[in-house]
Ligand binder design. Structure first.
Ligand SMILES: [Zn+2]
Length: 186
């Protein structure tokens, strides 16, 4: 027969799971862990302040960012991150200047009020103010541009068929084509 024991007495002899000693307290206060850096980020130097007073501080910067944050002083809330750009240049037979048609970058504005600007987003510029896209919107634009590229091929085929059907009888056109093929201006 077992006797009824008081629960406190039952556990009185159980081993104590851990003890906090003076030495343990001292060790804990001497630990200075680095703050965890967010995944996909690294610490980079940034010149914080203004033209009269600025100092270098280390900030979290996304791995895709191509900005040099020490080129000019900036207030902490004005720091944004931008990737290197993907560019589309255009050169045609009357304007062979290889002009920049449009370019796209990843951007992030950590201090923005708009949560869509605070998150990483895609900016597309065509010379005017940039257009901003969420990742989903940028994918939809990419699909539209792939469709446009497909139609561009279709237009090229139709124009070529038209020219072929007319034969190479126009001496002025032949001369213009020859100059284009040699890299000159028609
Ligand atoms: Zn950055």
């Amino acid at each position: 027969m077992t006797t009824n024991q008081n629960p406190v007495e039952m556990f009185a002899d159980a081993p104590v799971p851990f003890t906090v000693t003076d030495a343990g307290d001292k060790a804990a206060t001497n630990v200075h862990p680095f703050p965890a850096i967010k995944p996909g980020h690294r610490l980079v130097p940034a010149l914080i302040g203004n033209r009269k007073s600025a100092q270098v501080a280390y900030i979290e910067c996304p791995n895709w960012c191509g900005d040099d944050h020490v080129t000019g002083p900036a207030a902490l809330e004005d720091i944004t991150h931008t990737s290197r750009s993907e560019d589309v240049h255009i050169s045609s037979f009357l304007r062979r200047d290889d002009a920049l048609l449009m370019f796209a970058t990843i951007e992030q504005d950590p201090a923005a009020k708009n949560p869509l600007l605070r998150a990483a987003h895609v900016a597309v510029e065509d010379g005017d103010a940039p257009h901003y896209f969420t990742p989903d919107m940028a994918e939809a634009l990419a699909d539209d541009l792939i469709g446009f590229a497909s139609q561009l091929r279709h237009l090229a085929r139709t124009a070529r068929l038209h020219n072929t059907s007319q034969g190479d009888s126009d001496p002025d056109m032949n001369e213009a084509l020859r100059r284009v093929r040699e890299g000159g201006v028609a």
